[in-house]
Design a protein around this ligand. Structure first.
Ligand SMILES: *Cc1c(COP(=O)(O)O)cnc(C)c1O
Length: 393
């Protein structure tokens, strides 16, 4: 097929829920990807932070192929080796106690919400069910994770939303103290760096206070690491930059290196909150997806993570030197660029496609999520293309 035929079929037969870029991709290798007409692109998107190791990384491909040829799915009525191994790695890397596997970020957050409510119900009985999240957050597209999402644009059409969610302004310690003191809150859900909300990093003092307030009032600290996790920020999990000890952590995007898998990690307190038949997911722990995730985690050595930080620092410094750049936010290889007045991030994305560079937006910012394996030369190349665009825009 050629690109035009693909686009025509899509427009006719796929629900038109996405504002797609005008580009159909055919195949990729590392940080490079090609369209159906053979044009090459340098990727600063990683499939929105999923392809942690880039395209077709050898150990990942062979793990997926091997597992698919042995046992592609068995259901959760049986034990499987890939899920068992993955749970051991995730608990070792995070310091949390148990994992539950599912298929997406929204599903992981949905499960974490259930866990926080059940933890509180088991201990305190009815009525202590409120989940606090932050304004400008993004936690998913199911009815309850939309309720947790702190952006008005997501709270339309689909009424009634799940009750028991409230949104507080980020970094406002006194608002947090006042609200938690009311005694009906079971969990606080945050992103360390708000991703879809515009690459906005929470302040250290706020995080430390939140940790302390949650611990002293037995409120579960829930960290949504769906976008920030799995090495994206230069630590295995972004909360590790701030020495936090969350009770619930959710993962998805980068975990499977491009295959759909999500996870909830449970800390000490709530490790047994879900007992037999309290929660489930048919595809959760799928052996092929878990084998893919194991291949990703095997690459994320301390040296690899330190290198992500070095490359992130280098990219940030180079971006700050570009014309028309007002500020650069984010951590590691999760960066947001704010431009001077009058420059639209979507125009930069579209010109990037013309010039062979793939980028994303988050609100009014340009968002960069390159594969974690990007080389220094490829960073230079991407920055050069951006410079060229910004000089002429
Ligand atoms: C993408 C994202 C989600 C939703 O993940 P899906 O896999 O699309 O359901 C949730 N939280 C954060 C922080 C995200 O970036």
């Amino acid at each position: 097929m050629n690109s035009q035929q693909i686009k025509t079929l899509d427009h006719q037969h796929i629900a038109q829920t996405y504002g797609r870029f005008d580009l159909a991709l055919s195949h990729g290798k590392g940080c490079l990807v090609w369209d159906f007409e053979g044009k090459q692109y340098l990727d600063f998107t990683s499939g929105i932070g999923t392809n942690s190791l880039g395209w077709a990384e050898e150990s990942w491909v062979s793990a997926v192929v091997n597992q698919a040829s042995k046992l592609q799915h068995v259901s959760n009525l049986f034990y499987t080796e890939p899920a068992a191994k993955l749970s051991e790695k995730l608990t070792a890397c995070s310091g949390l106690k148990r994992a539950f596997f599912c298929n997406s970020g929204a599903e992981a957050n949905e499960g974490a919400i259930k866990a926080a409510r059940k933890y509180s119900f088991d201990k305190y009985g009815k009525g202590r069910y409120t989940i606090i999240s932050l304004q400008n957050s993004f936690h998913g597209r199911t009815i309850s994770t939309l309720s947790a999402t702190g952006q008005d644009t997501f709270h339309q059409f689909f009424f009634p939303f799940t009750e028991g969610f409230e949104h507080l302004p980020a970094n406002d310690i006194s608002a947090l103290k006042t609200r938690l003191a009311q005694g009906d809150v079971c969990g606080v859900m945050i992103e360390i760096v708000q991703g879809e909300g515009g690459i906005f990093t929470l302040e250290e003092e706020y995080l430390a206070t939140l940790q302390q307030l949650c611990a002293s009032q037995d409120i579960l600290l829930m960290i949504d690491e769906v976008q920030t996790g799995i090495g994206r920020t230069g630590k295995f999990l972004a909360y590790q930059h701030f020495n936090l000890q969350p009770d619930l952590v959710t993962l998805a995007k980068g975990l499977g290196g491009g295959l759909p898998i999500g996870a909830i990690l449970f800390g000490e307190k709530c490790q047994n909150t879900f007992g037999k038949s309290d929660h489930g997911s048919t595809y959760g722990g799928n052996p092929v997806c878990c084998a893919a995730a194991n291949a990703v985690l095997d690459q994320l050595t301390p040296t690899f993570l330190a290198d992500v930080k070095v490359k992130g620092d280098k990219l940030r410094a180079a971006l700050l030197n570009l014309p028309k750049v007002k500020s650069v936010s984010g951590l590691g290889l999760m960066l947001g660029i704010e431009f001077e007045e009058g420059i639209k991030a979507t125009d930069v994305v579209n010109q990037g496609i013309q010039k062979g560079l793939l980028t994303l937006t988050a609100k009014h910012k340009l968002r960069l999520l390159p594969p974690l394996i990007i080389s220094h030369e490829q960073i230079d190349e991407g920055v050069k293309i951006l410079k060229d665009i910004l000089q002429k825009i």
